[in-house]
Design a binder for this molecule. Structure first.
Ligand SMILES: [Fe+2]
Ligand SMILES: [Fe+2]
Length: 542
């Protein structure tokens, strides 16, 4: 019997792999390789930071499809405080593909990727799957892997920002343009990106830190890949899906991460996913000709040569590239859903998906760990003092989980600032409820609380943000969510301070009683704190 490692891998292979990894680690900026592998290659920042002058629900969003079993709340806002309209909860399960497709907008925002990137990547991957004759089971696994490929990306945003000293939404797309095998160009682009606009000294300082931090790269990628795979696993997807997400950043030549897998040791689905997402970024930013040159150049280094060869045959397929550029990706991805194993989500599944995306949001910044989960718990606890209708409590709970999903569109240079913000940064920060609205209104199963969730920073006296909605526009659930959000923020531990006691937090909340915050809701919160002590909150993760 041949000797082997504890993992079962032959010793010779293990040794060769270590040698390959050593060579990769010697790269001046090897960690940057990680940043280049999984997302956009064009410079795309968060959405424009122009706040709309009026709340956006003055008209029913045209993008929301007809929904026979669900009521979409629309203008004018419900101002009936004690008799809130009962909103129907979905009466029948919804396909998880529809849910994840709609939520993919949030994942694109996280990395500053072009809108629709996740969905177009799925379209490309499924065409490759057709060409290689992928079996239905693997095709299904690939489909869901593409929809969740970036689920773990928020987990390294804070570290990337700290390492580069620059906007993570700027760093990631820019660095992904560069071929990590061309080390000089990689170093130049790293130098240009590091330090942001903080001047030459900062640029040099961050560049040197990056250059010395080769081991950091693997750690960052490992955290992200594991997180993404775990989210897929938590949602009940097969191990083939999870493995594809985990190995998304592996390269054919063994210089990828997190394991430095080489060639066919990389799961086939991961090889397809890597190629598909890179093709989408290049095609959108630089056109077909440049995309073809990129695929050809990286064939056998980044990409599986056989798969790259398939894509190269599309060179003159103008109809395909036009379709990719112009088709409505949500519709196309829905059409591509494999027949095998269509997954439907019931009420419990919707809670799980909401919780998963809450975790994605909270993972983005050390300042917000468990914030969404805890806001949800407080919102439900307060709501129970007013409502007996479980549907309303479910709405409050899910709105709490997803109220800050728009923060995925805000840079960590702003989210993680422990101090005052400049005007432009404050505007960007205050735009996050707009992003929340834009994300949730597209999700059929969540659109009934999209407005409530996006109102969580509005105040009764009209001094809130972003729309300065006055009291008459804030119904009871919105007022509850606003109080729950503030109370959780005051009582949660933060990297720079311990959380306040219940008494101290309540005294602060009471200062705005009747002026900015609803007095009855504060009373309900006070009662809830006697029944759900602070330590019942989900603690911060380290
Ligand atoms: Fe918020
Ligand atoms: Fe919040």
């Amino acid at each position: 019997m041949a000797s082997g490692t504890a993992s079962g891998r032959p010793v010779g292979e293990h040794t060769r792999k270590n040698a390959r990894l050593q060579r990769c680690a010697e790269s001046t900026c090897s960690f940057v390789i990680n940043m280049l592998t999984s997302h956009g290659e064009r410079r795309v920042g968060p959405p424009a930071l122009v706040l709309p002058p009026h709340a956006p629900w003055s008209a029913t969003p045209s993008t929301i499809r007809a929904m026979p079993v669900q009521t979409i709340e629309s203008a004018p806002p419900d101002t009936t405080r004690r008799t809130p309209r009962v909103v129907a909860v979905l009466a029948s399960p919804v396909p998880i593909a529809e849910l994840l497709s709609a939520l993919s907008h949030a994942l694109d925002l996280t990395e500053g990727a072009p809108a629709g990137h996740t969905l177009r990547s799925c379209m490309i991957a499924m065409r490759i799957a057709d060409s290689v004759g992928l079996g239905m089971s693997s095709r299904t696994a690939l489909y869901y892997a593409m929809l969740l490929k970036d689920a773990g990306c928020s987990s390294n945003a804070a570290r990337v920002t700290a390492l580069f000293g620059a906007d993570d939404h700027d760093v990631k797309p820019r660095m992904k343009i560069v071929d990590a095998n061309q080390r000089i160009r990689l170093a130049i682009e790293t130098f240009r990106t590091a330090g942001g606009d903080q001047g030459l000294r900062s640029r040099i300082s961050h560049f040197m830190g990056i250059a010395r931090g080769g081991g950091v790269t693997r750690e960052l990628i490992a955290i992200r890949c594991e997180r993404g795979a775990n989210i897929a696993r938590q949602m009940g997807f097969p191990e083939e899906t999870c493995a594809a997400i985990r190995s998304l950043d592996e390269h054919w030549n063994g210089c990828g991460h997190p394991e430095g897998l080489r060639g066919r040791a990389i799961p086939l689905l991961a090889r397809i996913a890597n190629l598909a997402q890179t093709v989408d970024i290049f095609a959108g930013a630089k056109g077909t000709a440049v995309t073809m040159r990129m695929v050809k150049a990286r064939r056998g280094t980044w990409f599986d040569p056989q798969l790259a060869g398939i894509v190269l045959t599309w060179r003159h397929d103008a109809r395909w590239w036009t379709y990719l550029r112009e088709a409505a990706p949500e519709t196309e991805v829905a059409e591509l859903q494999p027949d095998l194993g269509e997954r439907l989500v019931d009420a419990r599944g919707l809670d799980m998906v909401a919780q998963s995306f809450a975790d994605i949001v909270d993972a983005k910044s050390p300042f917000t760990y468990r914030h969404s989960t805890n806001v949800s718990r407080w919102a439900r606890a307060i709501g129970a003092k007013f409502f007996t209708d479980e549907a309303e409590l479910v709405r409050l709970s899910r709105a709490g989980l997803l109220h800050d999903v728009g923060k995925l569109g805000v840079s960590n240079t702003i989210l993680d600032r422990n101090g005052p913000l400049f005007d432009a940064e404050r505007i960007a920060m205050q735009a996050h409820p707009v992003h929340t609205w834009e994300i949730l209104r597209r999700v059929r199963a969540f659109s009934d609380f999209a407005k409530m969730a996006s109102l969580h920073h509005e105040k009764l006296d009209g001094t809130g943000y972003p729309w300065k909605v006055p009291a008459e526009g804030l119904n009871l659930p919105a007022r509850i969510l606003a109080v729950a959000d503030i109370f959780e923020a005051l009582t949660a531990d933060r990297p720079y301070r311990a959380g306040m006691s219940v008494e101290a937090a309540l005294s602060i909340v009471q200062r705005d009683r009747g002026t900015r915050l609803d007095g009855d809701v504060i009373d309900a919160l006070e009662q809830a704190t006697t029944e759900m002590p602070l330590d019942a909150q989900v603690p911060a993760r380290t």
